[in-house]
Design a protein around this ligand. Sequence first.
Ligand SMILES: [Zn+2]
Length: 330
Amino acid sequence: MRERRDFLKFFLFGSFFLFNYRISRAIEKQRNTKILSSNVFKKFVINENHPERPDRIEFIKKLIKDSKLENIYENYEGYNNVENWIELIHSREHINSLKANFPLAENVSRHAVCICLEGVDRIMMKKNRNIFCATRPPGHHALNTGKHEGFCFYNNVAIAAKYIQNKYNLSKILIVDWDYHHGNSTEYFFYDDPSVLFFSTHDQFAYPGTGSPNKVGKGAGKGLNINVHLPCNTSNKQIIEVFKKILIPKVNKFKPDFILISSGFDSRVDDLLGCYKVTDEGFIELTKIIKNLAHIHCNDRILSILEGGYNLQGNAKATIAHVKELNNFN
Ligand SMILES: [Zn+2]
């Protein structure tokens, strides 16, 4: 009799734990990756032959459909008031000048900021583990000059970093920039800031001509600005080695609370503006490295924001490879 009771107890407890385990696994599965984009990005055309064109996003959307990833895609048309957050990075004069001189570009760029901040909110509310923002125009060259710099109007990733710190009280942010070009604006805004670790791989002899490895940050931010010059023909092996040897040890010391990626795919092979040989498999490996760091240090929190990438097919393929790996949690 007693044995039967013990067995029943054991059985009930076992079922209870199994049930809870299954529920938490189901919740974890729901909390997968999301791709956020918008039809607004179709509106803004610089000129017919310009490489930074609406088709960059349209090709990504098409490949999302062909890859049957519609379940993790969302067209986000919400228009929150984000100007006070933009002002944490950009001057009022810059914003006013864009509104007066480039009203459509300003509007579309502001929508890109909206999407990035919405992405942060969803990660912080644990709706998603990580998010990819398929936005344009890019942002990592945008300074406070009252005009665009290198196709960029507002620095999305820099604004997202300030937003995370101010709204959610997280102090330490890692920004990884694997675009072919140096993220000069991101460097500029956080150069003496000890709360942001900026790591950029790029060709320092390409636009905008900055990104010397000697620029390591200043004051309290000294040592937290890492520029790695990679020459033309850089391979998967070379860029992965840099991430392993330089990024990983630095991040394990810094211990970020949130990771942002300036995800530029003009570092991919066959790009119109770049000269690297990095393939989709290379981006998958880089994504794995960053995912692992996010798992160790910050509860998997990664917001990845599209920067450059001008071979329409290549940019879309690299995006899908990156997003699939972001969403791979088995
Ligand atoms: Zn670029």
